[in-house]
Write a new protein. Structure first.
Length: 172
């Protein structure tokens, strides 16, 4: 089975997926050496996938582009497949410098505040792709997935201000 790792960056696929799927890596940044260089809003003629996984990518798009990206995910997902999306959970976040968590970056951990979760991590200066242009709560991500055509959507708030949406093109 094939999995599209959309917006892969230098990130490894989580073990739960790595052991079950052939990974196809897609990113807009050619420097991260993806299998496919493309935007999330124009995946091109890449075929169909049993699963699409993206983690901490959608928030880097403008709201109008999120709709396009999710429609692209829907287009390339097999009818019996699924999409797994992880984004920052902004439900209880306020725009302050108060440290909310520490995030791994290479061999170290960096402190992240509400401002970082909303606008993008300040330690990523110089990388234009890392600014946040939108944000999500359970309600807004679920609504966006349904608007893209997904028939079944399950949302889960995770630890560390993370939000996961699992969406399927067809109802169970």
């Amino acid at each position: 089975m094939r999995l599209l790792h959309a917006g892969c960056g230098r990130t490894l696929l989580p073990p739960i997926f790595a052991s079950r799927y052939e990974e196809v890596r897609l990113d807009i940044d050619h420097e991260v050496a993806p299998d496919i260089v493309a935007s999330l809003t124009n995946l091109g003629d890449i075929g169909t996938f049993d699963a699409v996984y993206t983690s901490h990518c959608l928030e880097h798009l403008y709201p109008q582009d999120v709709r396009v990206a999710l429609a692209e995910f829907y287009r390339v997902t097999a009818k019996d497949g699924f999409v797994a999306i992880i984004v920052p959970d902004l439900e209880d976040v306020t725009a302050t410098d108060e440290i909310l968590k520490h995030a791994p970056t290479g061999d170290t951990y960096v402190p992240l505040s509400g401002l970082d979760l909303i606008y993008g991590c300040r330690f990523d200066r110089g990388n234009e792709y890392m600014a946040h242009h939108c944000g999500f709560t359970s309600t807004t991500l679920e609504g966006a997935l349904r608007a893209a055509g997904f028939a079944r959507v399950d949302m889960k708030r995770l630890a560390g201000y993370n939000l996961m949406g699992i969406a399927r093109p067809e109802a169970a």
